[in-house]
Design a protein around this ligand. Structure first.
Ligand code: SF4
Ligand code: SF4
Length: 317
């Protein structure tokens, strides 16, 4: 049925606009090894962006009038030049997003990380897939919930997530298993109520994301014999209203070696951009036109179009 849907051309009219978001994957090293991780990140991964590639990022931002720099990984803060990159790009007056797993703030050597992020008004997007300890620790590892709460409290203390500050703290929810996320606003209200009541924690917005049936989450679904039924759920929940807002329309995703993709998911699947633009070098050799360019859609894309839709910044409709 899925193949039939793609053959029916559901995505055929979806093309790129000019890019506004540059998403940089700085490497796969992470202090956690979450069960749903779509990049297979972990403490033993050694892939890291080289300085040669990293130094091109400010020029790309400048040349393409990028509005959002989205730093991801692994744990992006573990890249030894993470802070250098922030300092080199902040002057463009763009939004800089740090996809922070929270527990990194409690790691040895990262004691001043929260202050650094606050000083540069970096927008923190932090995973917290539940307000209950057991659910978080099952998905993200033993003790992760407690460490996340400690990190959130220290961020609140600096002004993150509070009214009347410029320090934005957004949380990210993804389902524990093979289900679609519930409606984003209702869940945000519940998160706000529970985190305030139980821990006196505040945040700005909750982003609900669907789990992509790729990499570690796909392996788990296959082990549990649930891959086909989850796939069917995504097919049955296809919502055309999400097509205009797909994040791949205005995002350039760069992997740790400088290769370009339409999104982080395609990056993990090795599905490069369909046109001639393949590497960050290509962006600088001459000005490239993205408007109207095709996107590398495939089966997993139904994870972005199911129900209310899904993107790195939450639901789409
Ligand atoms: S914290 Fe993020 S990058 Fe690290 S293992 Fe978990 S999901 Fe993957
Ligand atoms: S997974 Fe597919 S639909 Fe989703 S952002 Fe990537 S290319 Fe677009």
């Amino acid at each position: 049925m899925m193949e039939k849907s793609l053959q029916n051309g559901l995505f055929d009219n979806v093309v790129r606009t000019n890019p506004t978001t540059l998403q940089i994957n700085l490497g796969y090293k992470c202090n956690q090894s979450c069960s749903h991780c779509h990049v297979d990140a972990g403490p033993n991964r050694e892939e890291m962006m080289s300085m040669d590639i990293l130094k091109m990022i400010p020029d790309v931002i400048d040349k393409y009038n990028i509005e959002i720099l989205d730093l991801t990984g692994g744990a992006p803060e573990l890249h030894p030049k993470f802070r250098y990159l922030v300092e080199q790009t902040k002057g463009f007056e763009i939004d800089i997003l740090d996809r922070c797993n929270l527990t990194i703030l409690n790691e040895p050597g990262q004691e001043d990380l929260a202050q650094f992020l606050a000083k540069h008004e970096i927008i923190i997007i932090a995973s917290l897939p539940c307000y209950e300890a057991e659910n978080v620790n099952t998905q993200r590892g033993h003790g992760v919930f407690e460490s996340s709460i400690k990190a959130l409290k220290s961020l609140n203390k600096l002004g993150y997530g509070l009214k009347d500050t410029n320090l934005l703290l957004h949380l990210v929810y993804n389902p524990q298993g093979p289900n679609l996320p519930p409606p984003q606003k209702a869940l945000e209200n519940e998160y706000k109520y529970q985190l305030k009541k139980q821990y006196d924690i505040h945040f700005n917005t909750l982003y609900t994301l669907a789990n992509m049936p790729i990499k570690r989450f796909a392996d788990r679904l296959k082990r549990e014999n649930k891959f086909d039924s989850y796939h069917q759920l995504l097919v049955d929940s296809f919502n055309p209203l999400n097509l205009d807002n797909l994040m791949c329309r205005n995002t350039i995703s760069v992997d740790w070696q400088g290769f370009l993709f339409d999104c982080d998911f395609n990056q993990q699947l090795g599905l490069g951009m369909p046109g001639q633009i393949k590497h960050i070098n290509d962006l600088l050799s001459s000005y490239k036109q993205f408007k109207g360019e095709k996107i590398s859609f495939n089966k997993h894309c139904l994870g972005c179009t199911a129900g209310s839709g899904s993107s790195c910044c939450g639901s789409l409709s």
